[in-house]
Design a protein around this ligand. Structure first.
Ligand SMILES: [Zn+2]
Length: 491
């Protein structure tokens, strides 16, 4: 996909010399990423402890070798026996003086599980092919981590006095929602990480060549809905009280579900304007209409669904019911994935579900602490009402985060955009992500200037995950330029 080049601004000699060092370190950068991939750092779920001590020890040794002082922070695992010592480690490695300006690189070291199935190569042995490096975590996100580690090492080794502090925060569990990593650090050690932050998650995807700068993320509400009905013999169907029928009515009439709306932080017009700075309209339309380039799915009639960025969405993703073909099930449990724009609260989402249930004629039970509009409508007659009308559906919250957003006009984002354009020679594009990451918890904890920006890759969370090797080099240059301009140049 061709991108419009912008003329290269001549860089001052010192900057040009500094980023030229990245080219000299290219082999070392790729070797570093291969080593990170080879250390198995899979995480499974919140209940299962995954030992991340090997990978933390590896990055700590590297960062100490680069001249950093390091500190580990341990979040105890709640399901571990007290004396077992099982804990999730985060690490801060830093150089330079405290007190002045501070810049933070950040990445998670965990990867999602995999089976060998579908992989052309061993997921833990990163292999180079066609300018790409294949392996679990190459894109999400050991690639970005390796770039930031290398930028850190080059700056630390350049002998330029720092006017502030450059630090790198390594986190252990982003793929499980950051409970023992970013959430723990924000809660217990916020002062240590309160800094403008670039999280090097992959923010570029083929066919687009150059990564975007992600300034915000939608929030999520993962809800479990347990539909309750009457059991019975399958030979005597119960249209209204079969729990599966109740659940399917809920799915079927979803066009009546009015999820809360909010003004998108970046309007479609804004986003389009910035995209047109980089792409021709023709190529943009091709991207929007194209099926996923790497693995087209013949069943996929939805495509990318660009509209999903600008509104709240619901996806019905799990359903469990029944024990036997001739028995009417009394319960049907469905799990739904709702994504909301910044500014929308969990209570608003729940209100919309309650309203929808009222339309369907369902009585809904909510967890403690939430307003129930049905209950408010019935006031003091609610208890009496329930005696005659048992609950049709019980809602519980699996997890939720609010959406968060950074103003792309802030000087820090501008600094990053400029460095990007100086290295990539294309217009920077600001975007927000439909999914969430550690950025949500950092911003949610009151840390400003948190953005996502990392190398182009693909098949994240899937077989044959890869990162673009050329992009690793460019990305490292951008990180180095940002750090230099923020911490070294005379202010
Ligand atoms: Zn990630």
């Amino acid at each position: 996909m061709s991108e419009k080049e912008i003329p290269a601004r001549p860089l001052p000699e010192a900057e040009a010399a500094l980023i030229a060092r990245v080219d000299e370190h290219k082999d070392e950068l790729v070797a570093l990423l291969k080593e990170l991939v080879a250390i198995d750092s899979r995480v499974v779920n919140l209940e299962t402890f995954s030992d991340q001590s090997r990978i933390i020890a590896f990055v700590e040794a590297f960062m100490k070798g680069a001249g950093a002082s390091c500190e580990q922070y341990h979040c105890p695992h709640p399901h571990a026996p007290a004396a077992s010592g099982q804990s999730w480690p985060s690490l801060i490695a830093g150089i330079g003086a405290r007190g002045g300006k501070r810049l933070q690189f950040c990445g998670h070291l965990d990867v999602v599980p995999f089976t060998a199935e579908g992989w052309a190569t061993d997921p833990l042995v990163a292999v180079e092919k066609d300018g790409k490096l294949f392996g679990r975590g190459t894109a999400d996100m050991k690639g970005g981590v390796a770039c930031q580690m290398m930028a850190f090492k080059i700056l630390a080794g350049a002998g330029i006095p720092l006017k502030g502090r450059l630090q790198m925060l390594f986190l252990p569990d982003e793929e499980m929602n950051g409970e023992y990593g970013s959430q723990f650090m924000v809660r217990e050690h916020k002062a240590a990480i309160d800094s403008p932050t670039i999280i090097s998650e992959p923010t570029g995807q083929p066919p687009i060549k150059s990564p975007a700068i992600i300034v915000g993320e939608k929030g999520h509400a993962w809800l479990k809905l347990k539909f309750l009905g009457a059991s019975g013999h399958g030979s005597m169907p119960k249209q209204r009280s079969n729990s599966i029928n109740k659940a399917t009515r809920f799915v079927e009439q979803r066009s009546n579900l009015r999820l809360p709306s909010a003004k998108p932080p970046l309007s479609l017009a804004n986003m389009l304007r910035s995209l047109l700075g980089r792409f021709s309209l023709g190529s943009l339309l091709r991207i929007a209409r194209a099926p996923p380039a790497e693995a087209p799915d013949p069943y996929d009639k939805d495509g990318i669904g660009v509209g999903n960025f600008f509104k709240s969405t619901i996806s019905f993703n799990q359903i469990h019911a029944g024990t036997k073909v001739n028995v009417i099930p009394s319960t049907c449990v469905m799990e739904v994935d709702i994504r909301v724009l910044p500014g929308i609260t969990l209570q608003q989402v729940i209100d919309s579900i309650v309203d929808y249930c009222t339309d369907l004629g369902y009585v809904i039970r909510l967890p403690e602490g939430f307003r129930n509009l049905q209950r408010e409508a019935w006031k003091e007659r609610w208890e009496a009402f329930l005696l005659e009308h048992p609950f049709d559906v019980e809602l519980s919250v699996i997890s939720s985060t609010p959406g968060t957003f950074e103003d792309p006009g802030r000087p820090f984002t501008q600094l990053l955009s400029d460095a990007f354009e100086d290295v990539y020679h294309v217009k920077s594009v600001h975007f927000f992500a439909p999914g969430s990451s550690d950025a949500v918890f950092l911003r949610g904890g009151g840390i400003s200037d948190v953005v996502l920006f990392g190398p182009t890759g693909g098949h994240t969370h899937d077989a044959n995950e890869f990162v673009d090797i050329g992009d690793l080099v460019k990305m490292t240059k951008v990180f180095l330029l940002v750090a230099y301009r923020m911490l070294c140049k005379p202010i």
